[in-house]
Design a protein around this ligand. Sequence first.
Ligand SMILES: Cc1cc2nc3c(=O)[nH]c(=O)nc-3n(C[C@H](O)[C@H](O)[C@H](O)COP(=O)(O)OP(=O)(O)OC[C@H]3O[C@@H](n4cnc5c(N)ncnc54)[C@H](O)[C@@H]3O)c2cc1C
Length: 369
Amino acid sequence: MKAIIIGGGIGGLCAATALAQRGWDVEVLERAAQFTEVGAGLSLWPNALRALDALGLGDSIRERALMSAQAGIRTASGSWLSRTDTDELERRFGRLAMVHRADILDILSAAAPSGSLRAGVTVHEVQPDGTVLHTDGVSTADLVVAADGIHSIVRRSVWPDAPSPRYAGYTAWRMVTEPMPIDEGVESWGRGQRVGYAQLPDGRVYCYATASAPEGTSSTGLAELRQRFGDWHEPIPALLDATADDAVLHHDIHALPPLTTYVSDKIALLGDAAHAMTPNLGQGACQALEDAVVLAGLLAGSDSVASALKEYDHARRPRTQMIARSADRIGSVGQWSSPPAVVLRNAAMRLAPASSFYRSLAPILNWSV
Ligand SMILES: Cc1cc2nc3c(=O)[nH]c(=O)nc-3n(C[C@H](O)[C@H](O)[C@H](O)COP(=O)(O)OP(=O)(O)OC[C@H]3O[C@@H](n4cnc5c(N)ncnc54)[C@H](O)[C@@H]3O)c2cc1C
């Protein structure tokens, strides 16, 4: 049986390995000239590590990761809004891996069957019967996995009436600093803007920031970050000083409204193509990894592609849409900017018991294959 996977990001590459391990002949079509990821960090929560373990890749990731969770949420001046007991978090759910995106892409590309990765091929159209029209011609397959990201051409061609991604109301910056030690990773919330950072295994620091802004607002990059966050608590100003101008990535944050199905005939949507979510829980890529492992497992245990895809839709849609909703809620509260609302929010966060934090994470992190 042959599967064409469209998109060679984290979701597509993971799907290639998961399906190949179950005996599928796979081909990954990627429009970029190389299989690469943006220069930023990525948190892989225990649920994602369990998905990678199912493919025998978890330990390779752990070797290239810093296994540590963020220590909590602070205000712009540095006082704690909520402090995470990272030992307790790990005891309950397992450890969190902080990796550079390039490293996970390397590991996933190396795990895919040799000769299965075709870079520089752009897909233009897909038909529900598994016909794929692309820049090198036409291909057909028993299964087409659409892992082509938030603006998925597959979704648009098979489901022309599906909703389009919508702007979340805030924009984001990501960067990796020069190596510098930090005591612990945290996220800090101000009024209408947030910044977070986490150490990477090679001593560099992955930083990200958000700010409420009209869609499409241009940014001056590091200069704007200095103006917004330069007087926040240490080490934020020091992290900005350790960042090169050209290391700053800037993107508006979009999310996909819930779809009514992830499958049609021979097509399965996976990862951001199915459920692009705001990054507030650090779960987008984690969910793409889960999708890939679940899809391959269901196909292996089913006597037809059609029934496996139906089960995949039932297994994945409620879970991923629940996580997307939670991420949205956290993002909107995190972006509040009215001073009275921020005072109330901060007071509530200081009073919230740790048990409510663990309870909210349990359905997300307790997942296993
Ligand atoms: C600021 C920010 C921070 C984040 N932090 C985290 C985090 O810490 N942890 C986490 O789990 N997630 C995080 N995410 C989410 C995560 O990045 C995504 O969910 C994940 O990368 C989605 O992977 P994907 O493979 O589904 O899609 P993508 O990574 O978008 O890959 C899609 C691929 O398809 C290719 N493609 C697109 N169209 C075509 C076409 N027509 N033909 C051929 N190829 C095509 C693209 O070139 C691309 O390589 C974050 C997101 C953002 C924006």
